[in-house]
Design a binder for this molecule. Structure first.
Ligand code: PLP
Length: 405
């Protein structure tokens, strides 16, 4: 429970959209937010040669090493800080494709048309980057997940050609919570001579992550999904992966992402990431039990069904997302009623929640447009309690039977 505006106690159940800042991140960032002269000690330009600049650089490098350790990278310089995962997704798609085009030119290949393989249920940050590439002449193949929200490595293998520059498949879907077989997907891409990118945003902090073990060439991360600050993220690039930057300028971040670094944000990200990764097993089990309880309760209502099958205890699904379809309702109505009762949830992803279009993710797994309009995503996190879940279930019944509440 959190105190809300106008004195209403709020239960926040929209953690897949964003998470509140954790104590560890707030504490780590505090020195960077000291105003005036005190700010010289932390918070100067990490590229300056003077003492405050060198102090900022050392804070930045320490944060990089900590994030690298949490994601199981081999080296800290495989982590490039960005403004978030949207930028990291864009940078990965553009950067890997541009690098392949350049390499083909350099070896004198004539008429090379880069090919990209991705899926129909990616985040818009990937789908729209792919649209830009298509408008520039790239060939694109979109692979559909199955009806349960899983991508088959064989379908990806079949979609690849000798010209495939990049395969991009998210590690965990942000609406359904399905965890993809990224290691096999990376292998399928590599067998075709392509690079593999994965959007790790929803998986980080919910399951152990090891970039080295997955074998991906590039991956995207966002701080605010693990209780870090908003507006910071990271692009993982495996050492020696060919990459052409699209944010160019002063050459910061080893030339991969120009712009004065957000040291405070990077430090907050590192602290949040470490806290989330340290508690991953214990929190995973706790949240999974709450998710199972949510599914059991919600689907016991006659007009409610789970969007996909999520067996109790399933480790092929994120521990924190429950997605249901509520017959006879539009999700907007339910979201607003629940909000009036002090509960925050969403319908589909936050990005699509202001539009009445059915979610592209639900459409991708074959949910009808009508059913998709009644979708509700309830997502939990570190501060969610059993009492919150039980209170939500009661509020849900009131939202369904509004006139008699
Ligand atoms: N990818 C996925 C799977 C997400 O859930 C999100 C956040 O909504 C993003 C990318 C974008 O992250 P950011 O908000 O850091 O740009």
């Amino acid at each position: 429970m959190v105190a809300g505006q106008s004195g209403v106690e709020r239960v926040y159940l929209d953690w897949a959209a964003t998470a509140p800042l954790c104590e560890e991140a707030a504490e780590a960032m505090r020195p960077f937010l000291e105003p005036g002269r005190a700010n010289l000690a932390h918070g100067m330009n990490a590229n300056s040669l003077h003492t405050p600049g060198r102090a900022a650089f050392s804070d930045l490098q320490a944060a990089r090493a900590r994030v690298a350790r949490c994601i199981g990278a081999r080296r800290p310089d495989e982590v490039t800080f960005t403004s978030g995962a949207t930028e990291a997704d864009n940078a990965a798609l553009f950067g890997l494709v541009f690098a392949r085009v350049k390499a083909e030119r350099q070896r004198g290949a004539k008429g090379y048309v880069p090919h990209v393989v991705t899926t129909t249920f990616e985040h818009e940050a990937v789908l729209q980057a792919v649209d830009v590439l298509r408008s520039l002449g790239c060939a694109v193949t979109l692979v559909a997940p199955d009806a349960q929200g899983f991508v088959d490595p064989e379908a990806v293998r079949a979609a690849c050609t000798a010209d495939t520059a990049v395969v991009s498949v998210m590690a965990a879907n942000n609406e359904l919570g399905t965890i993809q077989p990224v290691k096999e997907l990376a292998r399928a891409a590599h067998e075709a001579g392509a690079l593999f990118h994965t959007d790790m945003v929803q998986l980080l902090g919910k399951a152990p992550v090891s970039m080295e073990e997955i074998g991906a060439d590039a991956a995207s991360f966002s701080a605010h999904k693990v209780c870090g600050p908003k507006g910071v993220g990271a692009l993982y690039l495996r050492a020696r992966t060919p990459f052409e930057p699209f944010v160019v300028g002063g050459g910061q971040e080893d030339g991969r992402r120009s712009g004065t670094q957000n040291v405070c944000g990077a430090v907050g990200f590192a602290a949040a990431c470490e806290a989330a990764c340290a508690a991953v097993q214990e929190e995973g089990a706790r949240q999974r039990a709450l998710r199972d309880r949510l599914y059991a309760e919600l689907t016991a209502r006659p007009n409610v069904r789970a969007t996909i099958d999520v067996p109790a205890g399933s480790e092929r699904h994120l521990p924190n997302i429950a997605s249901v379809l509520v017959g006879g309702f539009e999700s907007e109505t339910l979201i607003l009623r629940l909000d009036m009762l002090g509960f925050c949830v969403s319908g589909g992803s936050a990005c699509s929640s202001t539009s009445l279009e059915p979610s592209h993710v639900l459409r991708a797994i074959g949910v009808s447009a009508d059913d998709a309009l009644g979708s509700l995503r309830v997502s939990i996190g570190r501060y969610t309690t059993e009492a919150d879940v039980d209170a939500f279930v009661k509020a849900f019944d009131q939202a369904l039977d509004w006139e008699n509440r």
